[in-house]
Design a protein around this ligand. Sequence first.
Ligand code: FES
Ligand code: FES
Length: 151
Amino acid sequence: MQILTINGAEHRIDAPPEMPLLWAIRDLVGLKGTKYGCGIAQCGACTLLINGLPQRSCVLPLSATVGRAITTIEGLDDRVGQAVKSAWAELAVPQCGYCQSGQVMAATGLLSRNPSPTDAEIADQMAGNICRCCTYHRVKQAVRRAADALA
Ligand code: FES
Ligand code: FES
């Protein structure tokens, strides 16, 4: 039994400690916003925040998340997260949408620790999140817009 804090609420998870967090989030807790892409930490679709930092939940064992604050796209409601979501909507960033939860979480993690990133820093951070629909340009525009809104 693991006790996880997800979006501010405690969840008792009856699963082995080595289970990837993504499995528990989606299949045991029922939060489907965090997506499965590659399963090997390469695409970023499963990105969520652990203590405010972007992490790949497909390779993160439950045991590594006990006692830490897990934030998924469903619970992203702080000032930075709101600014990112607003920028995403204003610029109509998503196409199919599959990668976008991970993109938003990665962007929020970036702006939470670096509110005024350079274009190079935005490109560097977001390069780890793959989008098969090639929304990369709008993603970078939206991160810039969110940063400007937070300034
Ligand atoms: S599903 Fe986790 S990085 Fe691709
Ligand atoms: S919007 Fe389709 S994969 Fe990114």
